[in-house]
Design a protein around this ligand. Structure first.
Ligand code: ATP
Ligand code: MN
Length: 469
């Protein structure tokens, strides 16, 4: 908005639509979504991304560039329109802009790929530089924005400190993640050690380094000094899984809390998910109405239900029991000790329970070394939050804070103690029970919008074989 006295007010569609009443001259800048040229008058629907709706701009023949320019305006043109905000006689819109002046700022070449017809999401991914202009991607990006702000709001209100964890790391938080290497060595002829293997000692950091798969281990460091912290940053996994729920680069929210056990962790995850969903329902009402109408007609009902009902909690052992008795023919058979597959997770949350379910206390053998070992010595204090359609959305645990147990678990999993010397130190100096979890940001956005493919809820998806834009 301009502050200069006498200057014409530049306003967004959102600001204009939020007005109490018509009146006053404003300037609106944006892109033409549709242009209707009827006899003696042109209607341009202009959007600027500030909200789902666009604003109708009415161009009358009195405008000096009417014949020469405005009659040729089509979808995609960038324009600046100045005029009075009046009550709209048209249906479905409160106001319109009666133009006194319209400047064409950017015309559109003839081969503009975003014509009015509906395009497939697959096609839109090939034009990721233009797809933010579509209704769907615009709505997705606004939901991401509101959800991001709600994440900070939730933790800040509770006194959690935002921690910036490193993106380049030399440790693999899972003990067996699929890592992207970070290196400045010549790919063709890297230096070799005497034994012939690549000599990473001569690499940029003097050791092997990777893109992080999680900020958890560093978040633990901070939690054991500052009590409650959270990280919200990009994570990278070179998993070659071409699924609709996996990205090679995604954003993760990772709170970590000292003096907190698994129950506290589960409670925080539930409150957090409910907060995020309510904020998005509240602040993105038009976008959410669109998703419900055009993408998934159950999404509003599902989200409302989730906000209002307590999550169910069951142990892994009970979950396996339920699955075994279900009579379902799963592609992957279940028995105690196997990791739950997406089909099992979805059966539990969609069919058996019909709402989000938190599964806890998984077999130690299928979970990471840092999870707290229960007294039964067979299970660990892990928790996964499962939701309909998406399956796992949150994965977390109480961490093993007892030095001897942690060392034993690392030995069991053949992990090199020396590489984790600082992680073990935390258990030697003022160790306390602590817990945390990771929420995949794109998974929750996918869940909230009802979008079928996770590639369509991030502006620039990175997946096997694709990193353009
Ligand atoms: P999954 O079993 O679904 O592959 P995971 O068990 O490997 O997930 P965690 O290591 O527990 O995942 O990571 C925490 C959260 O990060 C998950 O609950 C999920 O929401 C999200 N997540 C994990 N991997 C991906 C991915 N490749 N793309 C997008 N989100 C992911
Ligand atoms: Mn997990």
């Amino acid at each position: 908005m301009s502050e200069e006295p006498g200057a014409i007010d530049c306003q967004s569609v959102r600001q204009i639509l939020a007005r109490e009443s018509a009146g006053g001259v404003v300037t609106l800048r944006g892109w033409v979504r549709t242009a209707r040229h009827s006899k003696g008058v042109s209607f341009l629907e202009v959007g600027d991304g500030s909200c789902f709706a666009g604003l109708q701009v009415v161009a009358a023949p009195e405008l000096e560039n009417f014949e020469a320019e405005l009659r040729h305006v089509q979808t995609g043109y960038a324009v600046s329109a100045t005029g009075e905000i009046v009550d709209s006689p048209g249906k479905g819109q409160r106001f319109e802009l009666q133009a006194q002046r319209i400047e064409v700022i950017g015309a559109v070449a003839e081969d503009y790929p975003l014509q009015k017809k509906r395009h497939s999401f697959e096609f839109l991914r090939t034009i990721a530089h233009l797809r933010p202009r579509t209704n769907t991607l615009g709505a997705v990006l606004r939901v991401r924005n509101v959800a991001s702000a709600a994440i900070h709001e939730f933790f800040q209100e509770r006194g959690f400190l935002l921690l910036h964890t490193p993106i380049i790391t030399s440790s693999d938080a899972e003990g067996a993640g699929q890592l992207f290497r970070v290196s400045t060595l010549e790919a063709g002829e890297p230096p070799r050690t005497e034994s012939g293997s690549v000599d990473f000692g001569q690499d940029f950091f003097g050791r092997e380094t990777f893109l992080t798969v999680s900020g958890q281990l560093e978040a633990e460091i901070a939690a054991l000094a500052l009590t409650n912290v959270y990280a919200f940053g990009p994570t990278f996994r070179a998993e070659n899984s071409n699924t609709s729920r996996h990205l090679a680069e995604f954003w993760m929210i990772e709170p970590e809390m000292a003096f907190c056990d698994l129950d506290g962790n589960v409670a925080l995850a539930e409150a957090f998910l409910k907060h995020l969903i309510s904020r998005v329902l509240e602040r993105c009402a038009d976008d959410m109405a669109f998703f419900n109408e055009r993408i998934d007609e159950t999404v509003l009902e599902t989200l409302q239900h989730i906000v209002e009902t307590p999550f169910e909690r069951i142990s892994y052992t009970d979950a396996v029991d339920i699955l075994e008795r279900s009579g379902e023919r799963f592609e992957y058979p279940v028995k105690w000790g196997v990791d739950l597959q997406s089909e099992h997770e979805r059966y539990l949350t969609e069919k058996h329970i019909g709402k989000p379910v938190v599964v806890t206390d998984y077999p130690a053998t299928i979970k990471a070394f840092y999870m707290y070992l229960n007294d039964d010595e067979r299970t660990v204090r892990a928790m996964d939050v499962l939701v309909p359609k998406v399956g796992e959305i949150v994965g977390g645990s109480q961490r093993e804070h007892r030095l001897d147990v942690l060392q034993r678990r690392m030995a069991d999993q053949d992990l090199d103690r020396d590489a984790y010397w600082w992680y073990l130190d935390l258990r030697r100096y003022g160790s306390v029970p602590h817990s945390g979890f990771g929420l995949g940001f794109e998974r929750i956005v996918q869940f909230m919008t009802g979008m079928a493919n996770i590639r369509d809820v991030i502006p620039f998806p990175r997946v096997p074989g694709a990193a353009e834009f």
